[in-house]
Design a protein around this ligand. Structure first.
Ligand code: NAP
Ligand code: ZN
Ligand code: ZN
Length: 348
């Protein structure tokens, strides 16, 4: 077994503290990664707090992982020792169902194995990236471009792909008017991508203090979502609205802003169900949809797109001793725009 030094919540809602555990010895197709940085996703907080479902504890969160390959199994073809490598929200899937065959492993019909707070095919708990190493089958390891700042690449592995994938799926481009709801970790990446795809982008926010940042990050317009008049000027005008909000909020006001046949896509995952009126949907044949991260192929495509267009996340690096403080600030909406844990420094 490989010994790992990590940081875990020992029980629901507990502080994150040092935790030693073991990972499997590398199988022939496994890559062992010495982790350098791991982003803090709001999903980490939801899961430690059991907002969605009961968790597996101790829980080592973290699914925005970047580092360098420290060893490889005998059958590994695409990675060698010293390569940059990344791991996102999943570490395995059935690989045989229709979704897996289409490169949509996140929708595996048998069950995707998530990077943490899940069980692998042998029933062992999975542990995430708040740790000094990880062992993952190479089919679930990403190539990390060398031209980008490594710490700022980490959030691309979840916040990046989660926003890139729906914008691509619904073919957002130069002629689209796109709304992004919420300027947090996911929101700021959605804004960067929609801008890079040439769309007219409107950032919706509850935070007046984020207005200047939104414009700097690529928004053509910024709308305070509690300003009913400003909201109304956009009625029936959007091709797509990407909703990244982590908490309960009114969807109907956004659905009213969609054109005929347009779509409101939920990527944010509040713990409470939303109340949606049928009328704004049926009057203009509008859709309400959801989207989960992205498959391995598309995640690599997204990383290569970021490399070419020089896109990374706006980050604040935090030491491993300050993960709890970062959680509190994330909940208080005080992050610009992703916390990234400096794992390598703690390991030294
Ligand atoms: P985050 O950084 O905390 O951003 C969430 C943003 O939502 C905040 O910055 C804030 O933006 C807005 N917001 C927060 N509370 C609000 C409220 N009560 N009413 C209205 N707006 C509010 O979180 P994140 O890491 O981007 O994650 C966002 C959500 O996506 C989480 O629920 C997470 O679990 C989920 N997620 C889903 C997937 C997927 O596969 N679909 C993947 C990753 C994460 P403003 O200040 O601009 O209003
Ligand atoms: Zn995430
Ligand atoms: Zn499958």
């Amino acid at each position: 077994m490989i010994s790992s030094k990590g940081f875990a919540a020992k029980k629901p809602k507990a502080p994150i503290e040092p935790f030693s555990f073991e990972r499997r010895d590398p199988l022939p197709n496994d890559v062992v990664i010495a982790i350098e940085f791991c982003g803090i996703c709001h999903s980490d907080l939801h899961q430690v707090n059991e907002d969605w479902f009961p968790g597996i504890f101790p829980m080592v969160p973290g699914h925005e992982i970047v580092g360098r390959v420290s060893s490889v199994g005998a059958g590994v073809k695409n990675f060698k020792v010293g390569d940059l490598a990344g791991v996102g929200t999943m570490v395995d899937s059935c690989r045989a169902c229709e979704s897996c065959k289409m490169g949509l492993e996140q929708y595996c019909e048998v069950g995707t194995v998530l990077t943490y707070n899940a069980r692998d095919k042998k029933g062992q708990p999975t542990y995430g990236g708040y740790s000094n190493n990880i062992v993952v089958d190479e089919a679930f390891v990403l190539k990390i471009p060398a031209n980008l700042d490594l710490a700022a690449v980490a959030p691309l592995l979840c916040a990046g792909i989660t926003t890139y994938s729906p914008l691509r799926h619904w073919k957002v481009g130069k002629h689209s008017k796109v709304g992004i709801v919420g300027l947090g970790g996911l929101g700021h990446m959605g804004l960067k991508f929609a801008h890079a795809f040439g769309s007219h982008v409107v950032q919706f926010t509850t935070s007046p203090k984020k207005k200047e940042d939104a414009l700097r990050l690529g928004a053509n317009e910024v709308v305070l979502s509690n300003d009913a008049n400003a909201m109304q000027t956009h009625t029936a005008s959007f091709d797509l609205i990407l909703d990244t909000v982590s908490a309960d909020h009114d969807l109907n006001v956004y659905i009213n802003l969609l054109k005929r046949d347009a779509v409101h896509v939920l990527v944010g995952a509040p713990d409470r169900p939303a109340q949606v009126s049928a009328f704004p949907l049926l009057m203009k044949r509008r859709s309400l949809a959801g989207s989960g991260v992205g498959g391995m192929r598309e995640t690599q495509e997204m990383l290569d797109f970021c490399s070419k267009h020089n896109i990374v996340s706006d980050i604040e690096i935090v030491p491993t001793t300050k993960i709890d403080e970062a959680y509190k600030r994330l909940l208080a909406n005080d992050v610009k725009y992703r916390f990234v844990v400096d794992i390598a420094r703690a390991a030294k």
